[in-house]
Design a protein around this ligand. Sequence first.
Ligand SMILES: Cc1cc2nc3c(=O)[nH]c(=O)nc-3n(C[C@H](O)[C@H](O)[C@H](O)COP(=O)(O)OP(=O)(O)OC[C@H]3O[C@@H](n4cnc5c(N)ncnc54)[C@H](O)[C@@H]3O)c2cc1C
Length: 508
Amino acid sequence: MNIRIQHSEAVVIGAGFAGLAAATRLSDLGLSVTVIEKHATAGGRARMFESDGFKFDMGPSWYWMPDVFEQFFNTAGESVDKYLDLIRLDPSYKVWFDDGPVNIPASLGRVRALFESIEPGSGPAFDRFMKEAGEKYRLGMAEFVWKPGNSIWEFAKPEALFSAMNMSMFSSLSRHIRNHFSHPKIIQLLEFPVLFLGSRPENSPALYSLMNYADTALGTWYPMGGMYEIVRSMEMLARKKGVRFVLDTEVTGIVAKEGQVSNVTFTGGSIECDVVIAGADYHHVEQRLLPTPWRLYDNEYWESRKMSPGALIYYIGVDKRLPNLEHHNLFFDVPFEAHANAIYDNPGWPLDPLFYVAAPSKTDPSVAPEGCENLFILVPLAAGLQPHGNEYEVLFDNVISRLEQAVGSDIRSSIVFKRSYAHKDFQDDYNAFRGNAYGLANTMNQTAFMKPKMKSKLPGLFYAGQLTTPGPGVPPSLISGQVAAEEAFQWTSKTKISKTKKTEVAAL
Ligand SMILES: Cc1cc2nc3c(=O)[nH]c(=O)nc-3n(C[C@H](O)[C@H](O)[C@H](O)COP(=O)(O)OP(=O)(O)OC[C@H]3O[C@@H](n4cnc5c(N)ncnc54)[C@H](O)[C@@H]3O)c2cc1C
């Protein structure tokens, strides 16, 4: 691609959520900003595609932590309501157990009543659990999340550490939940957010019960038009702020001169810059785009990382409406242990996996032709698992049979569109390390300052996105982009001052 821009104070690599957030913030702070994105559209893992009248969000489907989206738009002097038509889903989601489904209502009081009905007497434990989860959420947001994670000292505020210890934030989530509840259904309900996104609850710090607060108290929302509306809005806002986008162009290298960032090269050219924020996958940027002397981590480091489960996704168009499904549906109708073992301990193909189905057409008529259903089916798999034969088809058969049984209706003969997407697609499309869907597992020793650092060894290069702090998910990526932008801005301000001083001294 022939690009006429020769210099930009800041270059952002990748137009995923982190890149978009970083670019908007940097532009607001007064820098000229150019985003270079491999694909022809922004959004990264949250891109969308249209086919046969269906509109499929390719990645995220849960709009959680609305406060983070509000913060992002407010910081840019805008309001989220001006850009997104948000509705709160009620029920928040539906969980299918072996003895039938349970709707999770969209209010704390009704969830408490549900817990009481499952485990009589659990109401007071629910109050204590949610109160603590709320405190963790507030403490986490105030003291732990909005940090670059470059050093342990960022987290060394004694009061915050004391509160964290007091709330046993660093013990296991599994133990924490079992200290409050004993019914397996309640345990599964509370463990699901980390299970699908991170690691075994035994290995996740209890800090992540803040996700239960996010889920139950802050709610599950949906932007009408689909999750891609968030991307569209953020791109629109970035352009309004003057950010330039170079799409359909892959970055091929980051060049250092006189000990700091000087250029970014891409297919067909090069652009000079003072600072770079890499929103593409951290591993790809360090191992493929950065000269070896400037790498903080080697192959051994990356090979020793624990990744979140991989994702096998089926995008399905069905030419009839399916009763009984809600917008979000979790299938916990079989025991999890064998599937967990196939994900975390002995990587392999599960026979009877747990799975998730989004049916956004239940809420939004714009994502499917009239009278049809839009389904997004996700099966968590061991990270990096590659098929050798017809494994995708075998799993699809299993999942569709269980889905048909649940909704009490034939689905197979009504499928009018089908596409699968997994490990290798993540690798090819996003340069994703080991085909990761949502980054590193949320284990204790991969949290906060123990994640890959935002600040590179190469002065002027910063990382943002799901592989650095605070971690995977849309809201964390928005936070990551903004924190990286602040760090990058401070760095450019300091170097400008020192350059001015040098010039003044030279002039004397
Ligand atoms: C299937 C799935 C379901 C999910 N569900 C949810 C959910 O429901 N809710 C939620 O909050 N989160 C969810 N997540 C997580 C969330 O989507 C991600 O954490 C987030 O989108 C990551 O954003 P990012 O900006 O870090 O990375 P990305 O979205 O991957 O953006 C990186 C960008 O860099 C570009 N790029 C890569 N290499 C280059 C290069 N060399 N040159 C130029 N550009 C390059 C890529 O094309 C991409 O656009 C889900 C993720 C997946 C995969």
